[in-house]
Ligand binder design. Structure first.
Ligand SMILES: CC(C)(COP(=O)(O)OP(=O)(O)OC[C@H]1O[C@@H](n2cnc3c(N)ncnc32)[C@H](O)[C@@H]1OP(=O)(O)O)[C@@H](O)C(=O)NCCC(=O)NCCS
Length: 184
């Protein structure tokens, strides 16, 4: 268990299955993610079986987000970590919409970033976010991420092309902020 201020990040469990299947089929949630097609319970079960069958690995840290009361509200992870580059890509989904815009996502990102730098010895964490996802961009900026560039028209959904914003955070930059002290 990785402890934040508002949330804990824990290993995924098979008992997460039904909630995760609901979230991954909720277009209000997935419009912000790369998920596009309907996703069956069986596919989600296969995904979770893979995730829960072996220990969390350096190259694929995938975790459930829980409130301090034990409510399972989403998931997040650091993916594709490379020991040569000491870099990984961050992903997050607060799937339970009741918990949006209440600080839980930002706390999960701060907690995950701290884990990435302090425990995995990463030097760089990056992420991709759609330009219309202003809530996510605000949250990431609060955690120290800066915009590094844009992939123009890289995403298409609901008949509209959108830019994909690339954001990044370096360890030195993170150390020079308050996050290490304010989220212990
Ligand atoms: C993006 C996400 C992780 C953010 O977590 P959250 O708990 O909802 O957000 P937080 O409350 O921590 O922070 C969001 C901030 O944006 C603000 N905000 C909310 N809606 C906004 C909007 N439409 N435009 C601009 N800012 C907005 C909030 O007020 C808050 O700022 P504040 O703390 O200064 O008040 C979460 O909403 C989520 O998972 N959404 C669905 C999937 C998704 O977008 N994943 C990310 C893909 S890159």
């Amino acid at each position: 268990m990785i402890e934040g201020k508002l949330v804990n990040l824990r290993a995924r469990e098979m008992s997460d299955l039904e909630r995760m299947t609901v979230w991954v089929n909720d277009r209000e949630v997935t419009r912000f993610q790369s998920v596009r097609y309907p996703w069956s319970l069986a596919m989600e079960e296969a995904f979770l079986r893979g995730q829960t069958a072996s220990p969390i690995a350096y190259s694929n840290v995938s975790l459930a987000i829980e409130t301090k009361d034990g409510a399972h509200i989403g998931g997040c992870g650091l993916h594709g970590a490379s020991p040569e580059n000491r870099a990984a890509e961050l992903g997050i989904m607060v799937g339970d919409k009741e918990y949006w815009s209440k600080g839980y996502g930002t706390d999960a990102v701060v907690t995950l970033v701290r884990f990435g730098f302090d425990e995995m010895n990463l030097n760089r964490i990056e992420l991709h976010v759609y330009d219309f996802n202003e809530r996510a961009q605000k949250s990431y900026r609060k955690c120290g991420f800066v915009e590094e560039g844009r992939m123009r028209d890289a995403h298409y959904a609901a008949g509209v092309y959108s830019d994909v914003v690339v954001m990044g955070l370096l360890r030195d930059q993170w150390l020079s902020t308050d996050f290490t002290n304010s989220h212990s």
